[in-house]
Every structure is written in structure tokens, then in C-alpha cells.
Design a protein around this ligand. Structure first.
Ligand SMILES: Nc1nc2c(ncn2[C@@H]2O[C@H](COP(=O)(O)OP(=O)(O)O)[C@@H](O)[C@H]2O)c(=O)[nH]1
Ligand SMILES: [Mg+2]
Length: 243
């Protein structure tokens, strides 16, 4: 299998090494021809130097290639994901969080469906989802409200919009990335709206998810702007910008 793994990183100095090692181990065990695409989104800690040395350590590995896209200003996860999708070159493209809240092995579940779909997304809201450590109650409530509003306002029939574990066929990743405009947290809903407007086939799959306490989401601020993003997506769609 040919695979790109896109990992957005913002101030991940304490989490990225462990996740990197887990991903490399998984790739070796499965013999996947893999490209790792790290986006260092204006981190203000040691993320970049840690990434540089991790990538250097695997530079002799035939199975794994890695690239780091880096810029000085923090632009947001949506912007970082867009860069990652645009710079990915393999047949299948996975986006996943740097904390591996969804363990990389869960790709095996998504992979089974990608042949028949354009986009297969991890979900914490399916019958067979396993959520070990839920998010704090307020965050979970706001997350659910956001998914519910995305579903109703954007008319997209998905239950969990914001799980950071999504698998794309290259072609769908490219057309979606080309149309993405949301730089911050509302980007998930935009991806799924674009996919729906373009008539791409989406499959939502239950995955294992374990909350990591080190979140960078600032509840009031980020959630407020996510709802503004939702309105922007709605308006973009009304003006036919995703078609
Ligand atoms: N590019 C980018 N990525 C971010 C930003 N904030 C968080 N992330 C990344 O998004 C992923 C999930 O972040 P996290 O803080 O764990 O969010 P949570 O799990 O939804 O609470 C991680 O890979 C982070 O590095 C940001 O401002 N820019
Ligand atoms: Mg997290």
C-alpha cells in the first residue's frame, strides 16, 4: 500500500517523539510504502528541532520518507491540513493528530472501505466506536453541538465531524484541499461539506479514541470561532464556491 500520513503540529514538543516512534513501528510491521508529512504550524517550542532529528534518524529507511513543511506564524489546524494534503503524493492520504488519540493501527479499519469510497472518516459516534477516556463534559457537549449544527445547517449526513482521523483517496484529497478556505477549527465541517457538494462517497467508521489531556483547544474562544466558521461555510456554499 502507498500511504501519506499528514500530521499537523503546533507546540507538540512533549508528544511528537512518542507518536513518531509508534507510527514508524506500525509502518515497518505492515511494510507500507509511506511518506510522512509533518506541518509545523508556527510552533513556539522545540517541535521543529525534534522533528528534524526524528526525520534524520529514519533517513536511511527505504520504506519511509518524511517531509516537514514549516512556517513561522501559527495559522491554524485547517491551514496546516490543507498544506499537508497539497504536499502529499501517495495513493492514500491519512490525516491524524499528533497525540494519536486515535492510534495509528485504526487505519486498518478505515482501509477496508477506501476501495469503495472517496473518503473514509473515523467516528466516535458509531455503534462500534470505543471511546476510552472521553473529553471533559463541557468540551464533549460543545463538540456534539458543533457536529449537530454542522449536520443540520450544512445538510451533511455525518455524526462526528471533528475526529482528526480521516482517510482520503489522493484524487479526492486534492480537489478538496484546493477548495478549503477555513484556517482554524471549523475546517472539518468544510472538508465534509465540499465532499458532499462534489458528490464524493463518504463512509463514517467507528474507531478507538482515547482523549489526551494536552489539548490546545481554548474552549470559549475556539468554539465561538468554529460557529462563525460554520456560517462562512454556509455562505460559501450559497455562493457556489464548492461546486
Ligand atoms: N496546525 C495546527 N495544528 C494544531 C493547532 N492546534 C492544534 N493542532 C494540532 O491538532 C491536533 C489535535 O490537537 P489537540 O490540541 O490534541 O486537540 P483536541 O484533541 O481536539 O483537543 C494535534 O496534532 C495538534 O498539534 C494549530 O493551531 N495549528
Ligand atoms: Mg488531542
Amino acid at each position: 500500500m502507498e500511504l501519506s500520513i499528514v500530521i499537523p503540529c503546533f507546540n507538540e514538543e512533549s508528544r511528537i517523539k512518542k507518536s513518531f516512534e509508534q507510527i514508524v513501528l506500525y509502518i515497518k510491521n505492515n511494510n507500507y510504502d509511506t511518506e510522512l508529512v509533518f506541518i509545523n504550524d508556527g510552533s513556539r517550542d522545540q517541535t521543529l528541532s525534534i522533528l528534524n532529528s526524528l526525520v534524520k534518524n529514519i533517513s536511511n529507511n527505504k520504506l519511509i520518507k518524511a517531509k516537514i513543511i514549516t512556517y513561522k506564524m501559527n495559522k491554524g489546524k485547517g491551514f496546516a491540513i490543507k498544506q499537508g494534503l497539497m504536499h502529499s503524493t501517495k495513493e492514500l492520504i491519512l490525516i491524524c493528530d499528533a497525540d494519536l488519540s486515535t492510534p495509528i493501527e485504526e487505519l486498518e479499519r478505515l482501509k477496508k472501505y477506501i476501495k469503495n469510497y472517496d473518503l473514509v472518516i473515523g467516528s466516535r459516534k458509531q455503534g462500534d466506536s470505543v471511546v476510552v477516556l472521553p473529553q471533559p463534559p463541557m468540551r464533549e457537549f460543545l463538540g456534539k453541538s458543533f457536529s449537530y449544527m454542522s449536520k443540520v445547517i450544512l445538510a451533511v449526513n455525518i455524526n462526528d465531524f471533528t475526529c482528526g482521523f480521516k482517510l482520503f483517496k489522493r484524487k479526492s484529497a486534492k480537489i478538496i484541499a484546493d477548495k478549503m478556505t477555513i484556517n482554524r477549527w471549523g475546517y472539518d465541517s468544510e472538508i465534509l461539506k465540499i465532499a458532499t457538494v462534489l458528490g464524493l462517497k463518504i463512509k463514517e467508521i467507528g474507531i478507538f479514541w482515547k482523549n489526551d489531556k494536552g489539548t490546545k483547544v481554548k474552549l470559549s474562544y475556539d468554539i465561538f470561532f468554529s460557529f462563525i466558521d460554520l456560517m462562512r461555510i454556509y455562505i460559501n456554499n450559497k455562493f457556489n464556491r464548492y461546486g
